[in-house]
Design a protein around this ligand. Structure first.
Ligand code: SF4
Length: 244
């Protein structure tokens, strides 16, 4: 079996949760069962997230003049400001960042690391803020999101050698909350070795054992049980999943 060629932050999260789930989802690419609509909702959370992200992007780049209500509610004025900054050439909306195994800029299609980010705002030639919009809840995701922020900050420094100071921000659009972390280049580069090890662990892996537990199996689509957000049982590709 050949190891995976690339990784991303979400793949890293799945890999840490359960390697078998990672394998079924990202290597075998087994489709997940369709999810029932949440009670009282008219669209899936993923579809909603995509719609809100697209609205923000089209508003900031000037294609659309009206934001979707979800983004407008708490972050309308920040996005309006970003739109003005974008018109002045201070915002990059180049959302697909590819990096090679040597942490050099690479083509997205063949990249070792692939990151999708929402915007990078340049305050000066040496200072920038990298921003990721979040729909859904912050509670319970704090550790994961903090790791993501560090990877975004590190990659910003590696892609833009002139930067000396980078702030990472997660905008929780539904909750009017921002998680923020600022680093100098030296501080961020201390995390490179760790992320290098994590990326190499994924892209050299040829054995994907299951890691069953109440917590890891809770959201997995591949067990025989009904995971939290699926009405029916999972696909049954994993027979050792833990039921609630
Ligand atoms: S059901 Fe549990 S053990 Fe099986 S693949 Fe999913 S997370 Fe892993």
């Amino acid at each position: 079996m050949l190891p995976p060629k690339s990784w991303s932050f979400s793949k890293h999260s799945d890999f840490e949760t359960c390697k078998k789930m990672f394998f079924l989802k990202h290597v075998d690419r087994i489709p997940e069962p369709e999810r029932p609509l949440p009670p009282g909702k008219s669209e899936q959370a993923n579809d909603r997230g995509t719609r809100v992200h697209t609205s923000c992007e089209l508003f900031v780049n000037g294609t659309e003049d009206v934001l979707c209500p979800e983004a407008d509610k708490f972050f309308g004025w920040q996005l309006e400001l970003m739109r003005l900054q974008h018109a002045e050439g201070l915002v990059s909306l180049e959302g697909e960042w590819g990096m090679s195994k040597d942490w050099e800029i690479a083509d997205w299609k063949t990249a070792w690391l692939r990151l999708k980010l929402d915007s990078l705002v340049f305050h000066s030639s040496t200072e920038a803020t990298v921003i990721d919009y979040k729909t859904g809840k912050k509670f319970g995701n704090e550790v994961k999101h903090s790791q993501q922020l560090i990877l975004y900050i590190l990659t910003s420094f590696l892609r833009y050698p002139q930067l000396e100071r980078v702030t990472g921000e997660l905008w929780y659009l539904d909750q009017n909350e921002v998680t923020r972390q600022t680093m100098t280049r030296d501080q961020a580069l201390r995390f490179k070795k760790n992320w290098d090890m994590k990326g190499n662990a994924i892209t050299s892996c040829v054995d994907f054992p299951a890691n069953p537990s109440v917590f890891t199996c809770k959201w997995c689509a591949y067990g025989t049980h009904a995971a939290s957000h699926y009405a029916a049982a999972g696909t049954g590709h994993c027979l050792v999943g833990v039921r609630k």
